[in-house]
Design a binder for this molecule. Structure first.
Ligand code: SAH
Length: 291
């Protein structure tokens, strides 16, 4: 391989390196995209560990006026928001019903129209089962300028922290992401389970713990081997992450004595062999709460 020359500061303006600054001080806030008053940034906070946030997410946290955040955003991440910014919770709390999606969107519009820099912070990635599509559509309809900042979705980051490669050149060449839960809470009828069972060596499921036995039945009925592993990755990327494994055929027996904690990503596929070798997130690694 030929070594590439380092980019000169003329060709890349994202750095304050000319000042002799080191480490994080090399990041020059002035060179980041401007977060204008009266606009909304829909930002993915990543799966949990604060260190998995993007630089744009961190930048937005330093310049925003208000953060409207969801239940899945790790409270430790909120400590990274600049002191002085308001924090508004937009999820279920203390047994009260969660605010309707419509109310959240109206609130975002109201805050933007009052001239604030509104950071809408979501767990994982805003467009991955995060309703970012609906929210940004409503903002567009209301004429509010917005930006989407992607995040590491739990269905990718969680697998990395559990030592489960979502794809592997020797073994699987496709992966499917799906929800195990539709708006009424039941197994989604709109998913073609037989097609998924046949076509996708690895299936990564969000919101699937409640319906997992029914889903396992549908996958076996669709032709999937009862010996295929089901892996539950709970509280992924956080120091209290847990991983449990069983098989499609054994799921009902497994659930009689095990209760995977939520939130959890449920992975179906022959992944057990990899985990034995790749399970790197051990007790020592977990001592660092940043990632
Ligand atoms: N936008 C989010 C997903 C929101 S849907 C993302 O991209 O990750 C909520 C589901 O996400 C949960 O039911 C669970 O399946 C998954 N999830 C989110 N955070 C998780 C975490 N830290 N560990 C395991 N699963 C998580």
């Amino acid at each position: 391989m030929t070594a590439m020359p380092a980019p000169s500061s003329d060709s890349f303006k994202g750095w304050a390196s000319d000042t002799g600054a080191e480490g994080f001080a090399r990041l020059d806030a002035e060179t980041f995209p401007a977060f204008e008053p009266g606009t909304v940034w829909l930002v993915g906070a990543g799966p949990g560990a604060p260190g998995l946030m993007s630089l744009l997410a961190y930048h937005a946290m330093q310049v925003c006026d208000v953060v409207v955040y969801d239940a899945l955003v790790n409270a430790d991440i909120l400590r990274w928001v600049r002191p002085g910014a308001e924090l508004e919770y937009a999820g279920k709390r203390g047994g009260k019903p969660s605010p309707q999606q419509r109310d959240i969107t109206l609130r975002l519009i109201e805050l933007a129209q009052s001239g604030k820099r509104v950071l809408r912070l979501k767990g994982g990635d805003p467009f991955m089962f995060g309703r970012g599509g609906e929210e940004s559509q409503n903002l567009a309809n209301a004429g509010i300028t917005f930006r989407i900042v992607p995040g590491i979705t739990s269905g990718v980051g969680g697998l990395a922290y559990a030592g489960v490669p979502a794809t592997h050149r020797d073994l699987n060449h496709s992966v499917t992401f799906l929800t195990g839960h539709d708006a009424s809470g039941t197994m989604p009828a709109s998913v073609d389970w037989t097609a998924v069972a046949k076509a996708s060596p690895v299936i990564v499921m969000y919101m699937a713990v409640k319906n997992v036995a029914e889903i396992a039945g549908a996958l076996i009925a669709g032709g999937r081997s009862a010996d295929d592993t089901i892996t539950f990755i709970s509280n992924a990327t956080l120091p209290h992450q847990t991983v449990m494994e069983t098989t499609l055929g054994a799921i009902e027996t497994f659930l009689k004595t095990n209760q995977p904690q939520t939130p959890a990503i449920v992975v179906v596929g022959k992944v057990e062999g990899w985990r034995q070798i790749l399970d790197w997130y051990d007790a020592t690694q977990r001592e660092n709460p940043i990632g």
